[in-house]
Design a protein around this ligand. Structure first.
Ligand code: PGA
Length: 259
């Protein structure tokens, strides 16, 4: 079963009070979540425990951190490790978001280390990739994304790659209101699945959830999510409004039977 996922990326937004209200408002809205359709909320570090408490026992809801360090502990002031997240029961972490690649210079090699340590502590990465505008203009987007995936993920074994979550987020679509068309998203997602099938095998590739991110909103979620190789989305701005994110959750397909 390939899971369909609506993931919220709150980024550096919300006060404690706003975070509480947003989580509670979201829970007021009913969703049909099952083993194959899930919601993951990537909230800022200070609200991880709050989110965990509010979502406790709510089926289908999971919490993610927005980053982790490459090491499990030590003299790394201001950082948060996979070991810490495991100790508070967090199961997911966003790794390699383009804002972190740009603002903090995260390299492919560092991201490979982050992916490895996350898995070591049984934290599932949501690995982000995607090309900047100049690269798409030059027609080199597939090459660019392939390199991001090869360099940071292809050290994984078959078992680790199975059920992995990748978010394709073209940088030119993030926070800009410019969304990739459903066809552009499908083309890249099919390509990502193909390179995974070539490196591993078709069965492993068919189980990877590939999310689309970049200005997903109420009005475009369904047309993008209904593409055959799109398994939901990683949503920034629209995830900060409960009603909007709720409609986006409802746009998920049913989990795909792939075996
Ligand atoms: P956006 O952000 O939905 O606001 O474009 C998506 C993301 O950066 O994950």
């Amino acid at each position: 079963m390939r899971r369909q996922i609506a993931a919220a990326n709150w980024k550096m937004n919300c006060t404690l009070e706003q975070a509480e209200t947003l989580l509670e408002d979201l829970l007021q809205l009913e969703h049909d979540l099952s083993r194959s359709r899930l919601v993951i909320l990537a909230v800022p570090f200070p609200y991880l425990m709050l989110a965990k408490d509010i979502l406790h026992g709510k089926k289908g809801y999971h919490i993610a951190a927005q980053n982790i360090h490459t090491k499990s502990h030590g003299a790394h002031t201001g950082e948060v490790s996979a070991e810490m997240l495991r100790s508070i029961g967090i199961d997911y972490a966003v790794i390699g978001h383009s804002e972190r690649r740009e603002e903090f210079g995260e390299t492919h090699a560092q991201l490979a280390e982050k992916v490895n340590i996350a898995l070591e502590y049984n934290i599932k990465p949501i690995f982000c990739c995607g090309e900047p505008f100049e690269i798409r203009e030059a027609g080199k987007e597939k090459e660019y994304v392939a390199k991001q995936i090869e360099d940071s993920l292809f050290q994984l074994d078959d078992l680790q790659m199975q059920h992995f979550i990748i978010a394709y987020e073209p940088v030119w679509a993030i926070g800009t209101g410019k969304t990739a068309s459903p066809e552009q998203a499908q083309e890249m997602h099919a390509f990502i699945r193909k390179i995974i099938a070539d490196r591993y095998n078709a069965e492993v590739a068919s189980l990877v959830s590939i999310l689309y991110g970049g200005s997903v909103k109420q009005s475009n979620a369904a047309s993008i999510f209904h593409q055959p190789d799109v398994d939901g989305g990683l949503v920034g701005g629209a995830s900060l409004i409960a009603a909007d994110f709720s409609t986006i959750i409802d746009a998920l397909k049913e989990g795909l039977q792939v075996t």
